[in-house]
Design a protein around this ligand. Structure first.
Ligand code: GLU
Length: 345
């Protein structure tokens, strides 16, 4: 079964034999950023979910996955941690694929809210959550997924997440239980959404799905591959499997760009200029459309809830490779093409 569903599991054999010039260059930039940020201990670990407070704050891993299927990693890129809010981008994509944008946006908007991620608020104009990246929006999405997919909703979500990562992912049961026991705000949000008839299934079943999706274990390498899958028009560049539809990808990346980085989204758009999503577990997933995916793990967070070292690494990568969407030279969009031509010389 593993071979059918995850043909890219033995990724080493699927990797191209010859290292591209792009890969060699990115390798040295990633190694430099890793060394540069290793001693940066600013920020603090999220501990409002008791089990999250116990993770080692010093973990630091960077991964970049290219459209060619090449992988570049540094540090703890193979360490597992819970995906948390980064899952929100994926459940949005899964619902968009299942029911389309019209149905999806009946449950949730796409406006940045400017409110904290766990705010118990609906958009007064629509009585729907502002966007799918705040908890209310993600719980609305979970509600619609539970309605559409029935009791096996989580298994189906996990399968899609696994296909995007190219390996079989699993839940951290301890973190899941810790959040289920203490997630009172999320429960309140669930009841608010149920009262507003955003979904009609029982709130507990919806929250079970939401807490489980947040507790899925990933590595920085997984995040880079998932990011590269989104960047590669929805096809995992290592396994070659189509995971998300083309329209879904455009929609998901747009929402990540405007709403993906908590209250720091505007600042991120200016400084990094890439669609990205962060999670309170310390992960950041970034996407360079049609080029590459970035995954970083570093659990110490800034005041906006984004990984301190993760953000600095993304700023560094964007600067060094000219990846910012609106860079004056826009060298980002030509970067790999230029390198491919170089390889062909
Ligand atoms: N499971 C977390 C919560 O609902 C996710 C938050 C996050 O990563 O931003 O509080």
């Amino acid at each position: 079964m593993m071979t059918d569903v995850f043909p890219g599991q033995s990724s080493a054999s699927a990797l191209p034999k010859k290292e591209s010039a792009a890969s060699v260059m990115i390798q040295s930039i990633v190694a430099h950023l890793y060394e540069q940020q290793l001693g940066n201990l600013e920020g603090s670990v999220a501990d409002y979910i008791p089990e999250l407070g116990k993770i080692s704050p010093d973990q630091f891993g960077i991964a970049v996955a290219l459209e060619s299927g090449e992988l570049i990693t540094a540090g703890d890129a193979a360490n597992e941690f819970t995906i948390q809010s980064i899952s929100k981008a994926l459940t949005l994509a899964i619902l968009l694929d299942l029911v389309g944008r019209g149905e999806t946006y009946r449950a949730v908007g796409v406006q940045p809210s400017g409110d904290p991620f766990n705010s118990i608020t609906l958009d007064p104009r629509t009585n729907r959550p502002f966007n799918p990246m705040v908890n209310a929006g993600a719980i609305a999405i979970a509600g619609r997924l539970r309605e559409t997919l029935g009791p096996s909703a989580f298994e189906q979500v996990l399968t899609r997440m696994s296909q995007a990562a190219g390996r079989e992912l699993r839940v951290d049961q301890t973190v899941f239980e810790s959040e289920r026991e203490t997630g009172h705000r999320n429960r309140a949000i669930g009841h608010l959404l149920r009262a507003a008839e955003v979904f009609t299934v029982p709130v507990d079943e919806v929250l079970d799905l939401y807490f489980r999706q947040c507790s899925v274990l990933v590595t920085a390498t997984d995040l880079a591959i998932i990011g590269a899958t989104l960047g590669n028009i929805g096809t995992n560049p290592i396994s070659g499997k189509e995971v998300f539809g083309i329209h879904t990808v455009r929609e998901t990346l747009s929402v990540m760009f405007t709403c993906g980085m908590y209250d720091g989204a505007g600042d991120w758009a200016c400084q990094v200029g890439l669609p990205a999503k962060s999670g309170v577990g310390g992960g950041i997933m970034g996407v360079v459309n049609r080029q590459l995916g970035i995954g970083v793990l570093s659990p110490r967070l800034d005041a906006a809830g984004n990984s301190v070292r993760g953000k600095l690494c993304c700023i560094g990568l964007a600067e060094e490779l000219g990846l910012h969407a609106f860079d004056s030279t826009n060298s980002g969009s030509n970067f790999l093409r230029g390198m491919t031509e170089f390889d062909q010389l």
